[in-house]
Design a protein around this ligand. Structure first.
Ligand SMILES: [Zn+2]
Length: 441
């Protein structure tokens, strides 16, 4: 009798990175948003124990009970250099097991991949950070410069109870730091059969607004022109259908120029959207970085079938290009008209950092040693990360969680998607690249 299911590999057969990421996935740190969460304390204690094992002195911070972040300083060889923040978040978005082919919190290893919620976003990088510190410190060495290692709570709800809390309440933890690296960048894509890496050098602004329409309440059987739902529906349709114009920023201009060069096409003849599509799996991210988007994401109105309500509300998820935030809100007001009230629920800033300078050079050189000949391209993230909170302290953040991926894996689709999984050899690659970068930069 032949068993069709192979048993999972023993720890001795696994790289440390896979063990750490697997164990973190098994600690369910689901963040449901709006203050509801399983909490990050177990995961925080897990990473803190590993850091202590390396002789470091991590501190744990609870913004609220159960909402734990961890920060540790690592002394570098040259403390006259500015410190680098290397950060990850410990929470994950919810996963419905009914949609998954494995238990999302089982930490399943099969077919050479680690599966589970957080395998991509971002317990993979949490593990790579810990494993690379183990490589550097465990062998008696030191990173080149001082590091601030941070594992934040609450990133998936805007970082209010994690990076936002620590940046506001404990800025001294980040004293001397000028740059940061973290998630949603550093992974490889395939361009015309060739591997290339995306370095995230900017993030769009997030503005969450609520549209409120008012009218008069009344009986559902009457002729009634002052209907809040009709008024709101017209406004929502206009906002949802609005196609915001393509406007290239420094980051996206550079990216498109590089794509045109690599693909050997004339950027005057091939439009920005078409060039973005050539990036394959990353196109979803990149097309959204070429323009502002305003997606309706929620509708609330009414309480009985035969009663016209006096208010109706809609949620709009706005992702504005950096620097366009005020103009977008002004245009939105024009679009919905004076009868609709716009309530700003949450607003942050867009960021853009130059694709150049010593850290970017170090990233490009390091990737060049580990995957020779693969170009590194800047890109603007259509979403946001904890780098936004660090920017309030003057720290420039990049998305650099290095992963060399096979061409047939749709990695970008797995952020918040089902069957999140990461190849074990990509985790080893990430550990080696980070170790090399932190040892030399
Ligand atoms: Zn994330």
């Amino acid at each position: 009798m032949v068993s069709l299911t192979s048993s999972p590999p023993a720890d001795a057969e696994l790289d440390l990175t896979a063990i750490l990421a697997r164990d973190l996935i098994r600690l369910d740190t689901t963040n449901y948003g709006e203050g509801r969460s399983n909490g990050e304390t177990d995961a925080a204690e897990y990473v803190a124990a590993h850091l202590r094992g390396l002789g470091l002195a991590p501190e744990l911070f609870d913004s609220e009970p159960g909402r734990t972040s961890v920060v540790a300083r690592v002394k570098g060889r040259d403390s006259s250099r500015s410190a680098l923040v290397v950060h990850g978040h410990l929470d994950v978005v919810p996963a419905d097991p009914a949609n998954w082919s494995v238990d999302p919190f089982g930490g399943v290893i099969k077919d050479g991949l680690l599966w589970g919620r957080g395998a991509v976003d971002m317990k993979n990088m949490d593990a790579m950070i810990l494993a690379s510190l183990t490589d550097i410190i465990g062998s008696g060495g030191m990173p080149e410069r001082d590091l601030v290692i941070a594992f934040f709570a609450d990133e998936e709800a805007g970082g209010v109870l994690g990076s936002g809390y620590l940046a506001r309440e404990r800025p001294e933890l980040f004293a001397g730091a000028t740059e940061a690296i973290s998630e949603v960048g550093g992974y490889s894509i395939t361009l015309a059969g060739r591997r290339a890496y995306l370095l995230q050098t900017g993030e769009k602004a997030l503005i969450w607004v609520k549209l409120v329409a008012r009218g008069s309440a009344g009986h559902g059987s009457r002729v009634h022109h002052d209907n809040a739902i009709t008024r709101l529906a017209e406004a929502v349709a206009k906002v949802g259908r609005r196609e915001w114009p393509i406007r290239l920023t420094d980051t996206t201009s550079q990216l498109l120029a590089e794509l045109a060069r690599i693909l050997d096409v004339d950027p005057q003849r091939v439009g920005p959207d078409e060039l973005a599509l050539a990036t394959g799996t990353a196109a979803g991210f990149i097309q959204a970085s070429l323009r502002t988007t305003t997606n309706p994401t929620g509708l609330t109105a009414g309480y009985k079938h035969n009663v016209i309500p006096d208010t109706a509300e809609a949620l709009i998820d706005i992702r504005s290009l950096p620097g366009e935030e005020d103009n977008v809100l002004a245009e939105l007001a024009d679009l919905v008209g004076p009868d609709i009230e716009i309530v700003i629920m949450h607003r942050d800033v867009g960021l853009e950092t130059e694709f150049g300078g010593p850290l970017v050079d170090a990233v490009v050189e390091t990737l060049g040693r580990h995957d020779p000949g693969a170009p590194v391209l800047p890109y603007l993230l259509s979403a946001g990360t904890d780098n936004k909170a660090l920017r309030t302290l003057g720290i420039k953040g990049y998305g650099f969680a290095p992963l060399r991926l096979p061409a047939d894996l749709d990695f970008p689709a797995m952020f918040h998607g089902v069957d999140e999984r990461v190849p074990l050899d990509a985790l080893v690659f990430g550990r080696q690249v980070l170790t090399d970068l932190l040892s030399k930069y």
